[in-house]
Design a protein around this ligand. Sequence first.
Ligand SMILES: [Zn+2]
Ligand SMILES: [Zn+2]
Length: 302
Amino acid sequence: MGSVVLSVDAELAWGFVDHDTPPADRVESGRRGWRTLARLCEEYDAPATWAVVGHLLEDDCDGRHADHPIGPGWFARERGEWADRPDLTRGPELVERLRDSPVDHDIGCHTYAHVEFGAPGTTRAMAAAELERARALMDEWGIDGRSFVFPRNNVGHVDLLSDYGFEVYRGRRPVERRSLPEKLATVAVGDGRPPLVEPAVDDGGLVNLPASLFLYSFEGPALRATKPVLGDPVVELVERGLAAAADGDGVLHLWLHPNNLVDDAAVERIEAVLRAIDEHREAVPVETMADVAARRRPKRVR
Ligand SMILES: [Zn+2]
Ligand SMILES: [Zn+2]
């Protein structure tokens, strides 16, 4: 029997800190999307892995970050354009919301300030600083997070993760050779399945649980054109993935950002996905990344 995992890149505006022009709808949807998603997870009793950008746990911040090896430029927006918008860069009460949830969420980590570990300019010192600060804040909060998600799934400095107490990360999805129109076409003809993934364990015991499907990759005109006829193709792919997981052993690993919930259509989609997960839960258990890691790690010999 397979399982389904939902991981959430919980970052407010940090995902756009290095963009020239952050998309206003995404930036402004972070908080509302977070609350909506948390509420829907409760409604459908779906525990998720929330990979939280560590900076959100800060109570206060002057935006200087003078001792961060990435340099002050990374935080220029926090000090400038977003200086009077701490709601975009901090969110302790949002994390509190998850801890208080009746659903047993897995609170993990998405770096400290969304530094892209696999980017060529990201040094080991920068990555280590990100992990160190995030872990220190999690310790302060008493969050025993073991799950890690790389910004943009750009894997890098992976050997540092276990030094900072992480046991599982989300790897890149297996290579998908078909183009978007081809994928939509296969959905239409009835053979499109998001790949199920298998967790892999490296020599150090670190678990890689690759992504299967980003829930907001089919956007714009292609979706608007197909939705009235076929229903939402993403929900259709999830349904097919759940059917495959019921038959096999793989993991259907879905992911999104709260700030993807920019409008009613986006909320409808995640609600339909959570409803489908709920309807299949007897055949396809809902797990978190931490659950998968606990299940797949080699047992220690006593
Ligand atoms: Zn700051
Ligand atoms: Zn991110």
